[in-house]
Design a protein around this ligand. Structure first.
Ligand code: ZN
Length: 426
């Protein structure tokens, strides 16, 4: 699937996992339920599991024994900064205007969410057969539905000198004018309509805002990708494409791990801080007839590519970047390095990834923080808590990370898929 289509079909974590699952099923991967007994697995077998409908782990078994060859793991995350609709979220205002009460998820650049067509996506829980098993329905309202309007410049002449935004006051989206009076219920009516279900059966929901403008290509030579959620869905897409394009009978077992909740610290059952992936790798080792010791040996042989976007050099802010390591748009995948080890990369794993790029015929570059700038962190190190893997933190360079609309490079995306495919085929 083309990256633009992938981005548009994946407005939030739950829908990204659905899109991934559909692509994997179409490619012959079998969906296993983590609550069922692991079936026996043999070389060439392909399968995947999901956790919480918002993280996904896909596997293709290699020809070599796990204890000797380990795993080739690509990890990325499917969540992005956004706004979650609070319970009792509907606020009726004068003139019948309905706005929604929201809570910020992750670290968005708030102002970028204003004056844009937005919509709602996520999951809705419906009454099930018993309280422990509510029914899950995914919701993707694909039409523009909401807007967070700016205040006119006439009310704030200093607006262009910088504005401090309140998450509670300034960032509440307006959904429409509801002529039905003040009793509320327009949001639940909408959800019930969209899902063709009874309003009384809606027990709860995880619903988020997303940028309703489709992803697009722009630039003099069509060199840029413009979209919400490039961080980190562009890496998720590259991982998926690599898994689908790589050898069907690989030497080494291939793993694609798409985590949730990276933007809030990864410490959830579906995040990289969870033992879920380690448990799955262990179960696979045993299902292949291996022992606990074989699992530990496999972890020692394994290599992880932790793929999360990097900061592209921005021509208007060159002073923010390291003088010798500021990745360029179109310059290829970026190896991320930090002396305090906020990134998993070290000379050994960096050397490996640089060689993978060279074998794939792909350029690579490096990112290190300007020494007076704190910088971010990502998945690689958090995963080390449950899986002491050798691995590299890398990603493609983008502009405006955590903006409602980020910009990346068309060439870098192609390079990344090639490098990942090469890695899986090693
Ligand atoms: Zn990220």
């Amino acid at each position: 699937m083309d990256i633009l289509e992938f981005l548009d079909k994946s407005p939030v974590n739950f829908l990204a996992v659905k899109t991934l699952a559909q692509e994997l099923l179409a490619a012959g991967f079998k969906q296993l339920c983590p609550g069922d007994a692991m079936p026996e697995v043999k070389p060439g077998d392909t399968f995947f599991v999901t956790k919480n409908d918002s993280s996904l782990y896909a596997f293709r078994m290699g020809r070599q024994p796990l204890a000797e060859a380990g795993f080739h793991i690509i990890g990325a995350h499917c969540d992005s900064p956004t706004f979650r609709i609070k319970p009792n979220g509907e606020i009726k205002c004068e003139g019948g205007l309905v706005k929604l009460n929201t809570e910020v998820y992750g670290g968005p650049i708030l102002s970028t969410w204003m004056d844009r067509p937005l919509s709602l996506a996520g999951r809705v829980m419906l009454r099930g057969t018993d309280p422990l098993h509510p029914q899950t329905r995914l919701l993707h309202i694909s039409r523009p539905l909401l807007v967070i309007p700016n205040l006119a410049i006439h009310f704030n002449r200093q607006v262009n000198d910088g504005v401090k935004l309140s998450k509670q006051k300034d960032m509440l989206p307006i959904m429409g004018i509801d002529g039905k009076g003040l009793e509320g219920g327009a949001l639940l009516d909408l959800i019930a309509d969209e899902l063709a279900t009874n309003k009384a059966d809606i027990l709860d929901f995880d619903l988020y805002l997303y940028d309703a403008t489709p992803a697009c290509i722009l630039g003099l030579h069509q060199e840029f990708i413009s979209s919400g959620r490039l961080d980190d869905l562009s890496m998720v897409h590259a991982g998926l494409e690599a898994l689908l394009e790589s050898d069907k009978q690989p030497a080494t077992t291939q793993v694609l791990a798409i985590f949730d909740n990276e933007e809030t610290g990864s410490q959830t059952k579906q995040g990289a801080g969870s033992p879920f992936l380690a448990n799955m790798l262990q179960r696979i080792t045993l299902a292949q007839g291996g022992t606990q010791d074989d699992y530990f040996r496999a972890v020692e042989q394994a290599f992880m590519v932790s793929a999360d976007n990097a900061h592209a050099w921005h021509p208007n802010y060159s002073e923010k970047y390291d003088p010798t390591n500021h990745p360029q748009m179109g310059g290829g995948p970026v190896i991320k390095i930090n002396a305090a080890q906020k990134y998993a990369t070290d000379a050994s794993s960096s050397a490996t990834f640089a060689e993978v790029c060279r074998l794939a015929g792909v350029p690579h570059q490096y990112f290190v923080n300007h020494s007076d700038v704190a910088g971010g962190s990502t998945l690689g190190n958090i995963l080390a808590g449950s899986l002491p893997l050798r691995g590299v933190d890398m990603g493609n360079p983008i502009w405006a990370m955590h903006s409602c609309r980020e910009t990346g490079s068309v060439d870098d995306h192609k390079y990344c898929i090639r490098a990942f495919t090469q890695f899986y085929n090693l």
